[in-house]
Design a binder for this molecule. Sequence first.
Ligand code: PMP
Length: 353
Amino acid sequence: MSQFWSPLVRMLTPYVPGEQPKVNNLIKLNTNENPYPPSPAVIKAMHAVTADSLRLYPDPDSSQLKQTLADYHGMDTNQIFVGNGSDEVLAFAFMALLKHDAPLLFPDITYSFYPVYARLFGIDYVEVPLNDQMEIDTADYLGRDCGAIIFPNPNAPTGIPLALSAIEDLLIKQPNSVIVVDEAYVDFGAESAITLTQRYPNLLVVRTFSKSRSLAGLRVGFAVGNKELIDGMERVKNSFNSYPMDRLAVAGAIASYQDEDYFQKMLQAVITTRENTTQALQQLGFSVLPSCTNFVFAKHPAFSADKLAAGLRERAIIVRHFKHPRIDQYLRISIGTNEECDKLIAALRQLTA
Ligand code: PMP
């Protein structure tokens, strides 16, 4: 604490991302990265960026990337916002759209960056408990004082998806509140709400290249929504940083969208490993929440998650364990390659023997 800190900085509790270990040969299943590399086309496109072009500022509007995303998702470019990872896109959404007199609503168990942003931007919020099956029940978001709503679909860290019909029902019943659906993991098996943005002016869908497109290191995310919502976010972005997307990121991101075959193949590989890993965990006695993501959320009735995480770490495998009271018996395990998941299961077999 320094006397020079502003009052705002004094009361912040920053988000703590999963560990990025500095040692090699660890099996890293703690931050939901994709175990496979991005398409070779991505690296080729980034190599093709010339030194001379790096001398110049990038396009402040990232128009080419917006065009690529608009074409793929069947939208207009003015319905797309792009940013430096979906965390930044979310931050712009919080600033531009989620601060109102009534509180922002989000689940009690969800992406732990939401309360961090709410505190940073001075947004009052209420955490709405998941139901006993650890699901979001949209009925719980009705009949409350509500300035706006945000949740991931599928939710994190549970991995459980919400049906599109439930999201549409919420949009109909809360027409005066912005609803942000954070689709960081949607490609791994849930239904996207992007098409609903054409009919519901209060819906913003946020996406990332970090998970399904294996580009966590490139920092690219985007949002899709009604032009007025996007305009609001652009106003904030252009009051903060004119160039969040650098030339390399734009080149790589566009190339990723141009290699659909590779994208589908890698998705399928992760989904198959997730299903096999889920079965193997169940055979060891774990209960595993039904996941539509690239991670599973699992607990064992006889062994504490804390001890299991420590035991895995001794065996050079890192997973995520949250100390939140409702979920402190769960491990969140990112899906790795088949080989990595086989080693995880072998280690857990020893630890639960
Ligand atoms: N939303 C959710 C639900 C996430 O789990 C993550 C990853 N930590 C993000 C958004 C942010 O991803 P990125 O900033 O890498 O796009």
